[in-house]
Design a protein around this ligand. Structure first.
Ligand SMILES: C[S@@+](CC[C@H](N)C(=O)[O-])C[C@H]1O[C@@H](n2cnc3c(N)ncnc32)[C@H](O)[C@@H]1O
Length: 432
């Protein structure tokens, strides 16, 4: 427990034990954590440690920004009940698949069937496109923007075969395998998280990529089945409740949870909408990208002129940024996050803890002290600071550099850049 001045979090000593620098990719992608490369995904060991230090078996743990569901997976592995929401359908699909143990023999049987069918169909042993499934070849100019015609055709054959699977859990499982290979099969610049085209990109065989990915996931599903408590495995719907909802509208009653563990989106969080556009396009989740972006925390499209941000530091930061698009974005972001914290307060028990993993950054020379602002907001709505952990980020997947002039994420090879999140904080706030 520590008592901290909200203005000086950077002076909190870095606690190396929270960096998990010794963890290999194999460790951090164990069981279902390795199903999909989700940006800014939690290290599962960090979540597990928080769960074990701050909650008991059968407690309800909530992640209002669950992303790919790391908190929910670790909750059920540690015999807790996990509740999670995310605004993004892709995140919901990932979290659902990552928390659904499938009976291993049923999965392998289905996988063998798909494999045979796809080898048959893709090797052209019968004219697939003369059969009635041909109309599943997606007609979408954004798909044509990202995929060369031959790759699109091969992917359509795989996608169509997956949709023929009647068991929904197994179908969703293979949809995640499909989602994971889309970037490699597209002309999206492989090393870039931003939507940038690379017309000279080397093309890989979609069938081989899909079968490799599915095979890897089948093995991880076996590991997941082995690690899970039998009682939890057989009653999985009682142990995890996930939904595609706004974090400000959590689908649970007041005061039910003893622990929240979450990593909220960052200020320009609508970038998340862009990041997942390839699977969203194939799965038909994305009508209009501009509309979709508006749902994200901190979207610049809404105006919130007269809101009390419950943080003098937030006001100071916004004044420094000035009355421009960036200033409005940051203001909306702090306002949206405040609403989300009020919702967290509603669902927590008295004495319950909210663990918020967040880093600070800079836009045009102005320090955006997210951690200090969040701490002030929490304290002003009825929480006290229980602890603040300062940790290095050795292997987070969030791109670690921003262009100094625009504040946008860019490729880390550019020399005029600044590290955006070299360290981050785990704010542990206790409901009074
Ligand atoms: C940093 S990521 C969370 C990653 C997660 N910890 C994991 O391990 O995969 C933040 C998430 O917030 C989600 N998000 C953005 N706006 C939201 C909102 N209004 N309600 C719920 N989730 C939102 C994004 O879709 C994104 O998945």
């Amino acid at each position: 427990m520590s008592s901290l001045n909200k203005d000086c979090l950077s002076s909190v000593a870095i606690d190396e034990t929270w960096s998990f620098a010794d963890k290999t990719i194999k460790d951090t992608t164990y069981i279902t954590h390795g199903y999909y490369t989700y940006p800014a995904k939690f290290i599962p060991q960090l979540v597990s440690r928080l769960i074990n230090e701050l909650s008991f078996e059968d407690d309800i743990i909530i992640d209002p920004f669950m992303g790919s569901g790391t908190t929910i997976v670790e909750s059920i592995v540690n015999k807790r009940i996990g509740i999670g929401t995310d605004i993004n359908d892709i995140a919901y699909l990932l979290a659902k698949v990552k928390t659904t143990p499938i009976e291993p023999f049923a999965l392998i049987e289905e996988f063998n069937k798909i494999k045979l069918d796809l080898l048959h169909r893709l090797n052209g042993q019968y004219n697939f496109f003369s059969n009635q499934s041909a109309n599943l070849l997606p007609q979408n100019e954004r798909i044509d923007y990202w995929f060369l015609p031959e790759q699109k055709q091969k992917l359509s054959i795989i996608f169509t075969r997956i949709l023929e699977i009647t068991n929904k859990d197994i179908r969703d499982f293979f949809l995640v395998s499909f989602a994971q290979i889309l970037k490699s099969c597209s002309i999206w610049m492989q090393k870039s998280v931003k939507p940038t085209r690379d017309k000279n990109k080397k093309m890989y065989n979609p069938l081989l990529l899909f079968l490799n990915q599915a095979n890897k996931m089948v093995r991880k599903n076996n590991d997941f089945n082995e690690i899970l408590d039998k009682q939890i495995k057989e009653n999985i719907d009682d142990y995890r409740k996930i939904s595609c909802e706004d974090s400000r509208n959590l689908p649970c009653e007041d005061g039910v949870s003893s622990l929240i563990i979450t990593s909220p989106p960052y200020v320009t969080s609508y970038e998340y909408a862009d990041l997942h556009q390839l699977p969203s396009l194939w799965f038909g989740y994305l009508g209009d990208l501009a509309e979709f972006r508006k749902k994200f925390i901190g979207s610049a499209y809404k105006s919130k002129e007269s809101i009390d941000l419950k943080s003098s530091l937030a006001e100071e930061i916004i004044n420094k940024l000035g009355n421009n698009k960036k200033g409005r974005e940051v203001k909306n972001y702090f306002a949206d996050m405040l609403e989300s914290f009020i919702e967290m307060k509603r669902v927590l028990k008295i004495g319950g803890k909210a663990c918020i993993v967040i880093g600070n950054t800079q836009f045009k020379g102005v320090d955006i002290l997210n951690a200090e602002v969040f701490q002030e907001q929490f304290e002003n709505i009825g929480f006290k600071t229980y602890n603040v952990i300062h940790r290095k980020i050795p292997s987070k997947m969030l791109p670690s550099t921003r262009d100094i002039s625009t504040g946008q994420f860019v490729k880390s090879t550019n020399s005029s850049l600044k590290f955006a999140y070299p360290t981050e904080y785990i704010l542990i706030m206790e409901k009074l």
